[in-house]
Write a protein of this length. Sequence first.
Length: 211
Amino acid sequence: MTGKFITFEGPDGAGKTTQMKRAAQALQEKGYEVILTREPGGTEIGESIRSILLDPQNRMSHRTEALLYAAARAQHVEELILPALQAGKVVLCDRFADSTLAYQGYGRGINLNLLNIVNSLAIGSLKPDLTIILDLDPQVGLNRIRNKRLAVAGETEDRIEMEKVEFHQRVREGFLSIALQDPGRYKIIAAGMDEDKVFEKVMACINGVFS
Ligand SMILES: Nc1ncnc2c1ncn2[C@@H]1O[C@H](COP(=O)(O)OP(=O)(O)OP(=O)(O)O)[C@@H](O)[C@H]1O
Ligand SMILES: [Mg+2]
């Protein structure tokens, strides 16, 4: 495998989409072929699963939720991520397997060993070269999202964003615990700083992967 696989994780509203777009542009300017993708989603099947997962009308069991995320991920890996990496591209992915551990594990309380097995089924031996965790107080992130939504008439919160702040706190702590297990792969960046400062740190981490 010749490409690079970089995932972005962190609470809702931490700035993943903002930073990924900027990173993609910077890498393209350096001559890399970049694929920007997201979970759940990234493929037609994945986007269909995404709409089921995020629909606030759906009352869903936690296990169904975990398995649907994994199903979308399996399709994503096989159809898009692996072929892109094999073609030497840089894949920037908005959320990946660690979100399952943080949200369905630390957030919902599903056994982490079981989730690791589900993740292995979905991704096989694929492991990101780098996982950037944008760390932010979840209340700040949720406020950012609410402000963003106010600017777009008719947009409402999705099923996960609607969870109470304690849930999002557990998710945040979850990401930090996961990162401790492999400091080589995970880089934690404080995402409360202004966008340009966060971007400097993001690019420093990404440049490390190419050096
Ligand atoms: N460093 C920052 N400081 C203040 N506001 C920011 C910062 N980074 C991003 N924002 C703003 O916060 C909002 C959420 O950012 P963004 O959509 O990039 O987050 P996200 O992590 O992708 O969120 P989601 O989990 O909802 O996809 C946007 O309106 C964005 O412009
Ligand atoms: Mg986003």
